[in-house]
Ligand binder design. Structure first.
Ligand code: APR
Length: 320
């Protein structure tokens, strides 16, 4: 059987890491696209030259022409600009919206049947714009955010409790911004929910609140340390988990930015919610029960995403 074709639109820090992970996991042949000439070609060649050492068999191609993504099975979009210290994800909106218009046109022309995972920020608005520009089915275009935010929450909790990261599961819903909603009731250590762990004196409310806030600020913490860009290892790993679930029809239950048509009381927006990802793309949204407090936080996050989408429409009225 022919190998899957995975196109990476954007070959910067996340793009390069994605390509490396795809190689190591032998998920498919990689086409790296970028507007910068030489960058995708150089990275593709460097990665191909690591294959004999690591013993993987996938092809790497670096390109500057959208025609080369023709027929891709999966497309992961990181094209655009990352933030610098002091910037919020929302500050990237105007410039990255223009990038999404170009990227969307390329995907629409050459690979409209692909499963598209958007990573470019501000995520919830950029994935919305990408779907609008491509006109592709909404279950075929998703945004990567919840896996990453959940992974950060899991890491912080595992360190706090001195247990394996593997045994911590976490739910983070809402938009991928300062208003994201880490859900402590649905976050567990080997199935034990955090509220029970508070009763068991593993952690106090106050300390848990600090960890929730650190999760919300997780991206900014890395930006502040790096100074020249934003996180790339964890975002890439998170998108690969989603791509793998699609390619292998694993039907993983993963939070992602999904287009809602009434679920959670939201219509016409991409918002982070638990979903099932399988061979049909984003196969279904899982609607969990939210208490009053969680609902308020979630609605506040939805409002923030709505404002960003409205800002997109003001800049590019054709997208409405
Ligand atoms: N078309 C294609 N590629 C583009 C375009 C465009 N119009 N504009 C910029 N790029 C490319 C850049 O040349 C660069 O190689 O996108 C790449 C982005 O890579 P980095 O600057 O290294 O950024 P990265 O850290 O990979 O983050 C990319 O993901 O998490 C988000 O906020 C982050 O929006 C940012 C994106």
């Amino acid at each position: 059987m022919a190998r899957a074709k995975i196109a990476l639109i954007g070959s910067g820090m996340i793009g390069g890491t994605l390509a490396h992970l795809i190689g190591l996991k032998e998920l498919g042949d990689v086409v790296m696209f970028d507007i910068a000439e030489g960058l995708p070609q150089g990275k593709a060649l460097d990665l191909a030259e690591s294959a004999p050492v690591d013993g993987f068999n996938v092809g790497f191609q670096g390109v500057n022409d959208y025609a080369d993504i023709k027929g891709a099975d999966v497309i992961i979009v990181t094209a655009g600009v990352p933030r610098k210290p002091g910037m919020s994800r929302d500050d990237l909106l105007e410039i990255n919206l223009k990038v999404m218009e170009q990227v969307g046109a390329g995907i629409k022309k050459y690979a409209p049947d692909a499963f598209v995972i958007c990573i470019t920020n501000p995520l919830d608005a950029m994935v919305w714009a990408l779907q609008r520009v491509t006109g592709m089915p909404k279950n075929q275009v998703v945004g990567m955010a919840g896996v990453l935010d959940g992974s950060r929450f899991r890491y912080f909790l595992a360190r706090e409790f001195d247990v394996s990261v593997e045994d911590v599961t976490a739910f983070v819903l809402g938009g991928h911004g300062d208003t994201m909603v880490p859900l402590t009731r649905y976050t567990t250590v080997a199935g034990i929910p955090l509220p029970d762990l508070i009763k068991m004196n593993w952690i106090t409310h106050e300390r848990l609140n600090e960890i929730v806030q650190r999760t919300r600020d997780g991206g900014a913490e890395v930006v502040k340390l790096l100074k020249t860009g934003s996180a790339y290892y964890a975002p890439a790993a998170s998108a690969i988990e989603m791509a793998e679930s699609y390619l292998k029809d694993k039907k993983r239950v993963l939070p992602c930015a999904a287009y809602l048509t009434g679920e959670y009381g939201v219509k016409g927006l991409y918002i982070g919610v638990p979903t099932v990802i399988g061979a049909k793309g984003m196969e279904r949204v899982i609607e969990i029960d939210l208490n009053t407090h969680e609902r308020l936080d979630f609605n506040r996050s939805v409002e923030a995403v709505k404002n960003l989408v409205e800002a997109c429409v003001r800049i590019a009225p054709g997208l409405a």
